[in-house]
Design a protein around this ligand. Structure first.
Ligand code: GAR
Length: 449
């Protein structure tokens, strides 16, 4: 697609200008049918201005020193854009918020580069917040600017894995490398990718709204196209569960009744053994003299958890189940009777379901429901995200996402406070029956292996 003359870009910066330089180099190399006509900094003396001059680009400083400066800045900016006959404005590390009037008069003609996987982490300090939340994947977004801060339609995104020893500086450096994708790697590409899907969808919406000049659209398309032609990103491998031991105290109607230890080990590549051992304290030993043990063996392939066997020992509650995914049956014994049930796609056992939730959240999916082996039946459990909260725990303050799990028709609801910092293991869990808390678990220790 060509508009006749190369598209004229005005790039707005506030500092170093490495994105501006990457765009200018891509234009100069003919990767984008565009030209950086003008670089505008809202601060005097920043490194990006020197870089722009060294690249032979025209620069302007329009100082913006306080909140009341916006109107003056935007008037001067309008004049500069008109002089430069700029078709498209690119905010490349521009750290000011333009007014609603300015933005709405140019819908589809302003792009922004934001260092997060929008809609996650709008605003400032994205790398710090991503680390604090224990995210596994992070990245950058290029989006159309609307009056909502970092809220406009996303054109394309880059992704990087968050590494266990990342600091704010290392993570930000890695994300920025992907922002400069015209000359490197990292931008998600290919049919069906989030980038190309959203590009097409928004292209159509904006076209039908008739609000966008063709040149601006072409520009966005060209920039997107050039970026997506870069080498395909190193795909973050589907997450594998961590190996860990987690210990919880168990309370029964508010009285501490024992401990529960959950241990996940990998027995060979993709195969895992997950065990839970409950030990009763004090008088509760009278009722439960032996440790209660459950175990699940499962396989993890392409981020999906597939249970193979499940065993539980308990008075009147013994289960020995084998999952045969080829025949689609689960067989064995439960409560002293033969078990022979039809597997539903994605069926979990009571232990593997926790790992399935963990992996879904790490892959940024929101779990909504699971079929689950429930002693001698397979039932559907609905999962609902209820919000988030920070809990005071023996491990310190933990940010958590609250989920409820409920089986239709049952009077039990389980509340799970899942902590990203614990790979989405629960920091706390409560079982409510008809609204009152019967059993609760609270994290005491969590050790990764
Ligand atoms: C870039 O990482 C960009 O994503 C971010 O500022 C950095 C500027 O670097 N932008 C924002 O945070 C916008 N809210 P640069 O000046 O070297 O291009």
């Amino acid at each position: 697609m060509s508009t006749g003359r190369p598209l004229q870009l005005a790039v707005l910066i506030s500092g170093r200008g490495s994105n501006m330089a990457a765009i200018a180099r891509a234009c100069a190399a003919g990767e984008i049918d565009a030209r950086v006509r003008l670089v505008i900094s809202e601060r005097a003396g920043v490194a990006g201005l020197d870089t722009a001059r060294a690249l032979g680009l025209e620069t302007r400083t329009i100082a913006w020193s306080g909140a009341t400066e916006r109107l003056r800045f935007e008037r001067a900016l309008e004049r500069a854009l008109a002089d430069a006959r700029a078709d498209l404005i690119v905010l490349a590390g521009f750290m000011r918020i333009l007014s609603q009037e300015f933005v709405e008069a140019r819908i589809g003609r302003i792009l922004n580069i934001h260092p997060s996987l929008l809609p996650l982490y709008r605003g400032l300090h994205t790398h710090r917040r991503v680390l604090a939340a224990g995210e596994r994947v992070h990245g950058a977004s290029v989006h159309f600017v609307t009056a909502e801060l970092d809220g406009g339609p996303v054109i394309l995104q880059s992704r990087v894995a968050v590494l266990p020893d990342d600091t704010e500086a290392t993570l930000s450096a890695r994300v920025q490398t992907t922002e400069h994708t015209a000359g490197s790697h990292g931008v998600e590409s290919g049919p069906g990718s989030m980038a190309s899907r959203s590009r097409c969808r928004w292209w159509r919406i904006l076209m039908s709204a008739g609000r966008v000049e063709r040149a601006a659209l072409v520009a966005a398309m060209l920039i997107s196209a050039a970026w997506s032609q870069a080498a395909p990103p190193p795909q973050a491998p589907p997450p594998q569960p961590p190996q860990f031991v987690a210990t919880y105290t168990i309370a029964w109607h508010g009285i501490t009744a024992g401990t529960s230890t959950l241990e996940l080990q990998s027995t060979s590549p993709q195969l895992y053994l997950y065990t839970s051992t409950d030990r009763a304290y004090g008088v509760f030993r009278l009722a439960f003299p032996h440790a209660l043990r459950q175990s699940s063996r499962f396989r993890v392939a392409a981020g999906q958890v597939e249970p193979l066997t499940f065993q539980a020992g308990g008075p009147g509650n013994d289960v020995m189940a084998q999952f045969d995914w080829k025949s689609g049956q689960v067989t064995g014994m439960a409560k002293g009777k033969l078990l022979d049930l039809k597997l539903q796609p994605g069926t979990q056992d009571p232990l593997s379901v926790q790992i399935a939730i963990m992996l879904a959240l790490q892959a940024r999916d929101a779990p909504e429901s699971f079929w689950m082996l429930n002693t001698d039946e397979i039932d559907r459990y609905e999962y609902r995200r209820q919000g988030q909260s920070t809990l005071d725990t023996p491990l310190g303050k933990l940010r958590t996402i609250l989920y409820t799990s409920h089986e239709a028709g049952s009077d039990k609801t389980t509340y799970l406070w899942l902590a990203p910092a614990l790979d989405y293991m629960p920091a706390r869990a409560e079982q409510h029956v008809k609204g009152s808390t019967q059993v609760s678990l609270e994290i005491q220790a969590f050790t990764r292996r």
